[in-house]
Write a protein that binds this ligand. Structure first.
Ligand code: NAD
Length: 256
């Protein structure tokens, strides 16, 4: 018996990193998983292969979630294929580092279109399907400690994740009468390709580790286990909240 038997889950950006780990764990727990990718068909096919090797069920769908039609289309295709959607994970995200004085409109739009608008309209489309099917669905957003914590030279990302925080808090109230929950996960530094530049620079890496009381990066699988809890039936009383998973990063004052 898996914790997600008979559930259908859609995970955006699940060809890599945290989304990949969530897709693999959900499938191992019995969910039928839609693996979404934007650019790398090959990496998505690898995830599918890993799931199917363990007798899991999976469908790969390409969609650029920063585009409204494709975001909504992704949810609609999932529902058309499986007749329902129980778990929506808004994971796809990018960051573009630049000093505030130099951020361009194009950079701002790219980050906010994926990290906030994409999550917003996937959540909306998923919630419409959940309401229509009277399903006590679960929406899980992969936010960041930077939904609250400042990060200089990453302002569009902080704006998008901060927006995601208020989206989740507000939407939780509108979806509560339908029995649908929505929560955020706020990871600190997780070992995925998004942080490749930091890992490649020993000075930046040492500085990062000094800010983390547990003195290591998190692993994608550790985030996936929290995403499993929030998607599971036992989390039915949890909504509108952010769950930080950061090795102590966001409570560290630097004084110890
Ligand atoms: P990653 O680069 O491995 O994954 C990002 C995913 O988003 C990839 O699967 C990529 O294909 C997908 N993606 C990019 N553009 C897309 C688009 N237009 N449409 C659909 N998918 C698209 O990095 P990750 O660390 O696994 O990031 C996943 C989420 O976790 C992001 O939202 C990120 O902000 C968040 N996060 C990561 C960290 C970290 O340290 N790794 C910390 C906090 C939050």
């Amino acid at each position: 018996m898996g914790q997600l038997d008979n559930k259908v889950a859609l995970v955006t950006g699940s060809d890599s990193g945290i989304g990949r780990a969530i897709a693999l764990l959900y499938a191992a727990e019995g969910a039928t998983v839609v693996v979404n990718y934007a650019h790398s068909q090959q990496k998505a096919a690898e995830v599918q292969q890993l799931i199917e090797q363990k007798q899991g069920r999976c469908l790969v769908l390409q969609a650029d979630v920063s585009q409204y039609d494709q975001a909504v289309g992704l949810v609609e295709k999932t529902v058309a294929e499986f007749g329902r959607l129980d778990i929506m994970v808004n994971n796809a995200g990018i960051e573009i580092h630049a000093p505030f004085l130099e951020v361009t409109e194009e950079q701002f739009d790219r980050v906010v279109a994926l990290d906030l608008k994409g999550a917003f309209f996937c959540a909306q489309a998923a919630a419409k399907a959940m309401v229509a099917h009277k399903s006590p669905g679960r929406i899980v957003n992969i936010s960041s400690v930077h939904e609250d914590l400042t990060m200089p030279q990453n302002v569009p990302y902080c704006c998008a994740k901060g927006g995601l925080r208020m989206m989740t808090r507000t939407v939780s109230i509108e979806l509560a009468p339908h029995g649908i929950t929505i929560n955020n996960i706020a990871p600190g530094a997780v070992d995925t390709p998004i942080d490749a530049d930091v890992k490649a620079d020993p000075t930046k890496m040492a500085a990062l580790l000094n800010e983390i009381p547990l003195h290591r990066m998190g692993q994608p699988d550790e985030i996936a286990h929290l995403a499993l809890y929030l998607a599971s039936e036992v989390a039915g009383y949890v909504t509108g909240s952010t769950f930080t998973i950061d090795g102590g990063l966001s409570v560290y004052s630097g004084a110890f």
